[in-house]
Ligand binder design. Structure first.
Ligand code: NAI
Length: 678
């Protein structure tokens, strides 16, 4: 048998052939054209020399398959190229599907996208019973849908409502649910995995079939009715003009379900159509940016085991919960026993919801240690300070803990606004302090700004980056200037929302304008959610640093103790954590004009940050804003938006607002270079 670059083949005496996927030069398997082409050759060979059965597995430590090779996707320039790429993948998986010997996918870890499509082309699928084994078809997040036969074959085994939900949301499912809904045949512990696979190939049990209800739901007359409901569900989360892919999935199923050859053809056409769409290009960009931030971490470094967190408030408590959820031991310190108790109870709620099983919850809570005396400081690998936002209090704390720290412990602050230079000389070695700026809510927000003061040692910053990656967050190295990157750009935009409100614009119109642009939440609702006191504090600091005025409304609401969601009243009224629908906007309000005022302040500040090199480059800036604020991913980030919509046109609108409202809209000098480069 010939040698292959990405596959290792073992022929067992039982007559079973094991195809081990081991993509050359990658830590996780991806289905590239090269991988498919070798699989094709292998299948051609075994079609002529039929074995008793074929088992496909992964030889990587990290999972089964992470998906198709997204980088290949970025090279596509037109419909025809996309169609050829997809049809080639389909042809290889058709061959796997049609080989006249039993086939099984032995899914020994995460199994995503193209990997799951490959598994679906086998007769059977078994998966390793482990929390890390998750199965998904996440293509929709890249603005496309499964294209290697996934949309077709999944319906052989599953209820279309559940299968479509997986494809429409891109969510991943665990092995017990996957077995329940028919996606896999068995969930098996490690020690039995290969034996069960061989047994199934030799005994050839009946293949799974979709439950009986599926026939009705897939019926030609019923599909259009089901599709209407699906579109309604999707519309709650994504507008078709922003995110066409989920609508295309529904359309494809409604139109093409039936004869499998035609269904496959429709799938390829639909993916090719989506591939050249602007949204898809931008979503692929977002995916690659995420990879770029992850790749900043060094490989093979010592892992952190113990984190000590000082300050058990909103942030410290949730950072502790997150670190525990990532397998670390955490000691949590606070002056105030009530803060500690509250943090513990919040953590317990979180683990109950996430982990469900009693033993797992107990094991997590055993690693969440309250430590009012700070005994953990001397043992921790990383110490994170998350106490009140007060320079002197923080400095005093550092001076008092420094003698107790382990010699090589990383010491970090979660400050959201104080520059590292103002804090670091409170310890004898100022090169040792770095910012680890988490975002609220910690368990949901993927970004951490790694704030580097002028003195911060590069080795220390790198360790902070490695730590962020270890706990599953995206590290963004950021200069220590007021507001760092994310708050610096968000604040003028939120301030503008307040100024619009002060001059009579309704909150409904302001939030609608931002959402129309593609922001996940309007600035008024965001301000209420973060807390107006916190917003005002950051606003005061940044308005001084960058010389702009704050709206009166923020101050008035805070003075009246109407702090937003947490007090039940802010700009909105809140009941049980949900906002009460406000009076709708009047028809006289001009949404496009409001959108310009909000978004041009946002974009102008982004351009200023680019010029000042607050982060390394344009890609880092876009990544920070997408992952730190939820900025419309389908636009690919603020600078990508400027580039693709024409810097000159945006500059001219900004200039006209500058003439009308003065200095706060003064275009940053960097616009000229963006215009020149466009
Ligand atoms: P918080 O007011 O909810 O909690 C602060 C906690 O620190 C309190 O429980 C307090 O008892 C404790 N504390 C104060 N001095 C202490 C000391 N010397 N030793 C031990 N414990 C002490 O504050 P929050 O909102 O959690 O903020 C903490 C830090 O995180 C601040 O630096 C803030 O700027 C930053 N931050 C806040 C964000 C937010 O949205 N709240 C977002 C990102 C960063």
């Amino acid at each position: 048998m010939q040698e292959y670059q990405h596959w290792k083949i073992e022929e067992h005496p039982t007559g079973i052939v094991w195809l081990g996927m081991d993509v050359d030069g990658a830590s996780a398997n991806v289905v590239s054209t090269a991988v498919l082409s070798e699989l094709n050759q292998i299948l051609v060979h075994y079609s002529k020399n039929l074995p008793e059965g074929i088992a496909i597995t992964s030889l990587k430590d990290k999972g089964f398959v992470a998906g198709a090779d997204v980088k290949e996707f970025t090279k596509i320039t037109n419909h025809q190229e996309a169609l050829e790429l997809v049809q080639y993948g389909q042809s290889v998986f058709n061959q796997l599907d049609n080989i006249p010997c039993p086939t099984i996918a032995v899914i020994n870890g995460f199994c995503m996208g193209g990997g799951l499509e490959m598994a679906l082309s086998c007769d059977y699928r078994i998966a390793l019973e482990d929390p890390k084994t998750r199965l998904s078809l996440p293509e929709v997040r890249l603005g496309i849908h499964p294209g290697y036969g996934g949309t077709v074959r999944i319906l052989r085994y599953m209820n279309p409502l559940i299968a479509m939900d997986m494809m429409l949301t891109g969510r991943s499912i665990n092995t017990s649910y996957a077995k329940k809904v028919g996606l896999i045949d068995e969930a098996v512990p490690q020690r039995l995995l290969n034996n069960v696979a061989e047994k199934m190939l030799l005994s050839k049990p009946k293949k799974r079939q979709a439950p009986r209800i599926s026939k009705l739901l897939n019926n030609r007359l019923v599909r259009p009715l089901v599709a209407i409901q699906m579109r309604k569900q999707v519309a709650k989360k994504a507008k078709p003009e922003h995110y066409p892919a989920p609508y295309a999935i529904i359309e494809h199923w409604q139109k093409n379900y039936g004869d499998e050859a035609e269904f496959l053809h429709g799938e390829a056409e639909s993916v090719a159509q989506l591939s050249t769409n602007k949204t898809t290009k931008n979503l692929v960009r977002v995916f690659l940016l995420q990879d770029e931030l992850k790749s900043l971490a060094s490989e093979n470094v010592d892992k952190v085991n113990h984190v000590h967190i000082i300050g058990a408030g909103v942030m410290g408590g949730d950072i502790a919960t997150w670190c525990v959820s990532q397998g670390l031991l955490v000691t949590l310190q606070d002056l105030n026993a009530e803060s500690l108790a509250r943090a513990k109870s919040r953590a317990h709620q979180y683990f109950k919801k996430r982990l469900k099983k009693r033993l797992l919850i107990k094991s997590a809570m055993d690693r969440f240690i309250l430590d009012i005396n700070g005994d953990g400081i001397s043992k921790a690998d990383v110490v994170i300070e998350a106490i009140f936002e007060n320079k002197d209090v923080k400095r005093n704390l550092y001076a008092s803990i420094e003698p107790k720290l382990k010699e090589d412990a990383l010491i970090a602050t979660n400050t959201s606004s104080i520059e590292i230079e103002q804090l670091c000389d409170a310890i004898s070695d100022p090169t040792r302090l770095v910012g680890l700026h988490f975002f609220n809510p910690v368990t949901k927000m993927p970004l951490i700004e790694i704030v580097q003061g002028e003195q911060t040692n590069q080795v220390i910053s790198q360790r902070a980056i490695n730590f962020a990656k270890q706990i599953g967050k995206l590290p963004l190295p950021t200069k220590s200037s007021p507001g760092f990157l994310v708050n610096r750009i968000l604040t003028p935009y939120m301030v503008e929302a307040g100024l619009l409100y002060d001059t009579g614009t309704s909150i409904a119109a302001i939030d609608q304008a931002a959402k129309k642009f593609g922001m996940p939440m309007g600035p008024v609702e965001l301000a209420d959610t973060v807390g107006l006191d916190i917003g005002l504090h950051v606003g005061e600091l940044l308005s001084q640093a960058y010389n702009y005025n704050l709206p009166n409304s923020f101050k008035t609401l805070v003075e009246a103790d109407n702090l937003g969601r947490k007090t039940g009243q802010g700009f909105y009224t809140w009941k049980n954590g949900k906002k009460v629908k406000p009076k709708s906007k009047s028809s006289a309000e001009n949404i496009d004009y409001i959108q310009n005022r909000l978004m041009l302040r946002f974009l102008n500040e982004a351009v200023a940050c680019l010029r000042e090199k607050v982060v390394e480059d344009k890609d880092h800036l876009d990544a920070g804003i997408i992952f730190g604020t939820g900025f419309a991913p389908f636009l690919g980030g603020p600078l990508n938006y400027i580039e693709s919509n024409g810097a000159r046109a945006l500059y001219e609108t900004l200039e006209s607002l500058h003439n009308q409202y003065g200095k706060r809209f003064e275009p940053d000098p960097e616009w000229q270079s963006l215009i020149n480069n466009s």
